[in-house]
Design a protein around this ligand. Sequence first.
Ligand code: ADP
Ligand code: ASP
Ligand code: MG
Length: 419
Amino acid sequence: MKVFKFGGASVKDAEGIKNVASIIQKYGEKNLVVVVSATGKTTNALEAVVNAYFKLSGAEAIAAFEIVKENHNKICKDLFENDAHEVFDKLENIYAEVAWQLEEERKETYNYVYDQVVSQGELISSVILSTYLNEVNVKNKWLDVRDVMKTDETYREAVVDQEKTQSLINSVVIPVIKDGIIVTQGFIGSTAQNCTTTLGREGSDYTAAIFANMLNAESQTIWKDVPGVMNGDPRVFDDAVFIDEISFNEAVEMTFYGATVIHPKTIKPLQNKNIPLLVKSFIHPEGKGTTVGGKDKDLPPVRIVKDNQALITLHTKDFSFVEDGVVAQIFSAFFKANLKLNMMQQGAISFEAVVDNIPEKIEKIKLSLQDKFDFVIDENLTILTIRHYTGFDYINKFKNNKTTILEQRRPSTYQGLLA
Ligand code: ADP
Ligand code: ASP
Ligand code: MG
């Protein structure tokens, strides 16, 4: 059995959905789980709905949601060419759930409401895709992934309960895919009390990997708008070249440093069961794509740019050394704020941390450490990471005349913080 994952770009309009259907017809088979993301930029639009609800009013949030509805109704009109098609009733049921949430008084937390609203993007897209596939005779069953993907209650970054999920996948999914196709949602799950959760932005690749792991799939394919994994984001590096095959190890390193082509959490579930990940183009599905889980053969240097970084410099107020106990306190504050250190450096009485610039998380860290440390924060920085760099000339080529503030090198990896 196989797992296919289609991201937002692949299902952004009616043409996209038709193309996805033709890929499933041609390359899929009976034992298949199809995981789909919200269409195009729907997740961002739903985030805007939640922000309107909290910062403006329920009425303004409902108005913002109207745009999301119109976009999807337009896709369905183009796709089904029948305004009375049953798909519209199915979507109305989902829309009603969102409206109900937005009409409620604001008494729940932001993160809770976020998950109840933003999750609907995947429910909508999967209903459209599943209905369309059945229409063109690719018979499939729509699965509400919340019936199997069980999580804790960390809204917006829920952690999957592996045991419960495995057992539900065994009882709910396996009997259906023995000779069938399931269409379901990425990115979302539910708590033991059946409240909807999300797994973190861009999390659909990860959902697909959980299915692949728990179903012992022969492979997982993620269909993207690029030929496969390249040695740099082609939107940033116009000389980026396609890479045929990479190891799990290389993939996990690349994604850890910020190569967004694969969600970082995707690799572990696949590596653990030695399931190859194929990164293929939905624009040219006949292309062979990149195999992740193979060997690293003559890898070119791989470049990764991470923008919107903040450098946090902490100085001890009383001239205490930044010793192990102090470092432990610093790490604990970053851990509690759930802010990953992208680069770090320790001095005698100072500690420098480079993080994604998320002001509310940085504020939380400041509050917990400001008794002991003075803070200096520099914003608008970029981390340039180069794996397998060939020398300084090569590195300097990609600094774009920016100033280097912090630099770290290992034989395999160069990292520079640039201003
Ligand atoms: P999805 O539609 O599944 O959400 P994404 O947009 O998240 O897909 O990922 C595909 C994008 O990843 C590409 O359009 C490309 O701009 C970007 N990307 C970043 N790094 C790389 C890389 N090393 N190789 C290929 N694409 C990359
Ligand atoms: N739709 C979600 C997002 O945009 C999940 C995903 O696309 O993977 O973050
Ligand atoms: Mg994405």
